[in-house]
Write a protein that binds this ligand. Structure first.
Ligand SMILES: Nc1ncnc2c1ncn2[C@@H]1O[C@H](COP(=O)(O)OP(=O)(O)OP(=O)(O)O)[C@@H](O)[C@H]1O
Ligand SMILES: [Mg+2]
Length: 408
């Protein structure tokens, strides 16, 4: 078969997609549904720049996929555009702290955003202090209001120093200034902050609640119109994808990924319409992918606890331990044994700052909230009152992923 023929076939293959890009998770639609309140609240906070004032720092949090990044980018885009029209010095820089996880890297990325045409050598190789000076003197000399969006802020390693530097910078800037919009999907993050950092960062704060099934269905419908051919998605498949995502987490990203994957499956099977079956089949792939994404951004000691749970589950599976009632106890762990093993794992991998039992319990709650584990209280009798822990995801996979990150 000629190459031309292969390409011809690929080119003319029927597909359910009209514009696949529109159903990719990184695409932000023009119209963000059910976020009117967050949009107008954030807009009002940053709009003080239009009157020459420095906005309060703002901290946004909420579970994954609740629209924090999209909403923030939407508002910032609008503000900068409006500022340009009015000839005001308002700038915005967006930094994802998962990739730029240190003060130095954040300053570097911010300067790159502010001076897009500049060659890298302008900034690279200098100290954090130098980059900081460069940033402050730019803001000061141009009398700019810089709104620095720090997404996935919980990933920053030297956060206290970063927030301190940025807050202090405003003392040196008589006109204009730097404001921070921090974003995190770690619901415990704020509670763990140093009190000075917390009061600077959280001058204003806002929660993004999860979406319910009905809201997710609307979000999906809007996206489907742009991304799929007419009638390519069966309405019942849309409802199913929305219901699954609502039940799991209220996460729009999960819902969108489910439909994307379902579309790919329909195409692979040469079918013209996405049905419930495609969505059900997509579920497994998407869950696995999302879980691994969640795992990779957990704080270090939550990773260590989860890693311990995976190790113990693998060790236990197949022991056939049974409860007196006859119910299988395979793969079920005692909270206490996990904590003890966690301490040993920390020692072995050279993590010095083992967390206290109280924090450990918080971590267990957090891991359960992310759907990575399941816990139940034991009835009376089994070692007194204890909590059982069961890993909900594939132990081998978790072990493999975390080993890479923790052992290096
Ligand atoms: N209200 C909405 N209307 C339409 N699409 C939405 C809405 N909220 C989220 N989405 C879509 O869902 C996906 C995830 O949204 P986004 O990235 O903003 O979530 P997030 O809260 O930043 O999540 P994370 O904490 O994981 O970073 C994106 O593709 C986004 O376009
Ligand atoms: Mg985000």
């Amino acid at each position: 078969m000629s190459l031309h023929h292969v390409f011809d076939q690929e080119f003319s293959k029927p597909t359910v997609f009209l514009d696949r890009n529109k159903i990719m998770p990184h695409y932000t639609p023009e119209n963000l549904l059910f976020r009117e309140k967050q949009i107008s609240d954030i807009s009002r906070i940053v709009a003080v720049t239009l009157r020459g004032q420095r906005p309060d720092n703002l901290f946004l949090y909420g579970k994954p996929g609740t629209g924090k990044t999209s909403t923030t980018r939407h508002v910032m885009g609008g503000l900068v555009k409006y500022g340009q029209e009015k000839d005001l010095h308002i700038r915005n820089a967006y930094v994802n702290c998962r990739t730029h996880n240190k003060k130095y890297k954040i300053f570097l990325k911010t300067l790159r955003e502010l001076f897009p045409g500049q060659p890298d050598k302008e900034f690279q190789g200098y100290s954090a202090a130098y980059l900081y000076e460069k940033l402050v003197s730019y803001v000061k000399e141009s009398k700019t209001h810089l709104i620095l969006v720090l997404d996935e802020l919980d990933q920053v390693k030297d956060l206290d120093e970063l927030i301190y530097s940025l807050t202090r910078s405003n003392d040196e800037i008589p006109m204009g200034g730097i404001s921070v919009v921090g974003i995190s999907n770690n619901l415990m993050f704020k509670e763990n902050l140093d009190s000075r950092t917390k009061s600077s960062l959280c001058q204003q704060e806002m929660v993004f609640p999860p979406y319910n099934a009905e809201q997710l269905r609307n979000i999906l419908e809007q996206r489907i119109q742009e991304a799929f051919n007419p009638d390519a998605v069966n309405p019942s498949a849309i409802a199913l994808a929305a219901a699954i995502a609502a039940q799991e987490s209220g996460d729009a990203r999960t819902a969108i990924k489910l439909l994307l994957r379902a579309g790919e499956l329909a195409d692979e099977a040469g079918e013209k319409q996405i049905t419930d079956k495609h969505v059900k089949d997509a579920r497994k792939d998407v869950e696995q992918e999302i879980i691994l994404e969640h795992v990779s951004v957990l704080p270090e000691h939550e990773k260590l606890v989860l890693y311990t749970i995976a190790l113990l589950s693998l060790r236990k599976s197949g022991t056939g331990m049974t409860k007196l009632s006859g119910e299988s106890m395979e793969d079920v762990l005692y909270s206490g044994e996990v904590y003890e093993e966690y301490e040993r794992v920390c020692k072995k991998l050279n993590f010095a700052d083992v967390v206290t039992a109280r924090w450990y319990r918080e971590y267990i709650n957090q891991l359960e909230m992310y759907g990575l584990i399941l816990t139940t209280q034991s009835g009376a009798g089994v070692k007194g009152q204890t909590r059982f822990i069961k890993l909900k995801v594939d132990a081998t996979k978790i072990k493999e992923v975390l080993e890479k990150e923790l052992v290096g």
